[in-house]
Design a protein around this ligand. Structure first.
Ligand code: KG4
Ligand code: ZN
Length: 334
């Protein structure tokens, strides 16, 4: 089963070809440079950029796979969640390709595809396992019971973890996207310099909250004069220490919640996916916690963690193999 996947839910235009779980090609055109000066993704700019890039990205994915559309067995596309205008570009392109080629078309949930990316990289991951999906738009915990069988266990009640990284990075004047910038800055800092809050929402909760830690960083870095705006860090405040202390606070919460979820689900392994999963401190701490609990820990490589179409093609292939076809009436679910 050879599947062409398309992804355009946020600020990455992506296409990929996957054959029987193996990634033959994965092309991602990032829009990071277009959104950087705004400190976040601007939906209208994202939609326009998707329109400009989607055709060449699909062509590149097919060329890298050494294949044409006629060699595909089906097409998979992200239908949500994401930015409505951005999603519609990928969906319209996928419909046009499906209509022109007569290939079956299936819609794929972006977050379930992130969960699936762990299994794509580690086909032998034992079930049930727990996957933390942490990115700029979502932070959720899932129990995975088999391919395409997932159950939501908990989710953030306010900011996504990646969004907190992005906002704190803006406060500290470190630029966008915030995750890699904070991680770099934190390397030279003392993670115990500031005691930022770890919001755990009660002993049994699997939900998360990151707005408190973000506000604490805002006051620690800018002082009472927060109106002065992002980037104007108080004299004497060590940015590396703030970055390291913030990162440690977020990692503490993510690891605690993931291990709680693992205990609750009777999981045999834990995984992480989404952009934040490329954070080395998070990986190290989760690995240590999993080892202490005698569980396997696994995650995809960075290119499969951030938004990509290989995970969309991979999950779509399971549905196509089962005979599913959503037809040309599929729509975006923002
Ligand atoms: O999955 P992704 O590429 O796109 C979304 O669906 O949002 O994730 C992007 C998010 C951004 O918020 C970015 O700051 C964060 O992932 N991120 C990181 C790291 N690399 C990317 N957060 C923490 N540490 C990193 N190394
Ligand atoms: Zn994502």
């Amino acid at each position: 089963m050879r599947v062409l996947g398309l992804e355009s839910s946020c600020d990455e235009t992506a296409a990929a070809v996957v054959e029987s779980g193996r990634i033959l090609s994965s092309v991602v055109a990032s829009q990071v440079d277009l959104h950087a000066r705004f400190g976040g993704v601007v939906p209208e700019i994202a939609s326009r950029a998707h329109v400009e890039r989607v055709t060449s990205v699909v062509r590149a994915a097919l060329a890298d796979a050494g294949a044409g559309l006629a060699d595909m067995d089906g097409i998979a596309v992200t239908t949500g969640p994401g930015l409505i205008g951005a999603l519609l570009v990928g969906i319209s392109a996928a419909k046009a390709l499906a209509w022109a080629s007569g290939l079956p078309l299936v819609g794929v949930n972006h977050i379930e595809a992130h969960v699936h990316s762990v299994r794509m990289e580690h086909p032998d991951v034992p079930d049930p396992h727990v996957v933390l999906v942490a990115s700029g738009g979502h932070t959720r915990l899932f129990r995975a019971d088999g391919p395409a069988r997932t159950e939501l266990l908990g989710s953030t009640t306010d900011d996504a973890a990646g969004e907190a990284f992005d906002k704190v990075s803006a406060i500290l004047g470190l630029g966008y996207p915030g995750g890699p910038a904070i991680e770099r800055a934190a390397e030279g800092g003392n993670s115990r310099a500031f005691d930022f809050p770890r919001t755990l929402l009660g002993a049994g909760s699997l939900d998360m909250s990151f707005s408190g830690v973000k506000t604490a960083v805002l006051y620690a870095a800018l002082g009472q004069d927060v109106k002065k705006g992002a980037g104007s860090v108080r004299p004497g405040v060590n940015v590396a220490d703030v970055a390291a202390s913030f990162q440690e606070a977020v990692v503490d919460v993510l690891v605690e919640k993931t291990m709680r979820a693992a205990r609750r689900a009777g999981a045999r392994a834990v995984g992480i996916a989404g952009g934040v999963a490329s954070n080395h401190r998070l990986r190290k701490r989760l690995e240590e916690a999993a080892r202490a609990a005698d569980l396997a820990a696994c995650w995809p490589p960075p290119a499969l963690c951030t938004d990509n179409a290989a995970m969309i093609a991979g999950l779509g292939a399971l549905r196509l193999a089962a005979g599913a076809s959503d037809g040309l009436a599929i729509d975006a679910a923002a």
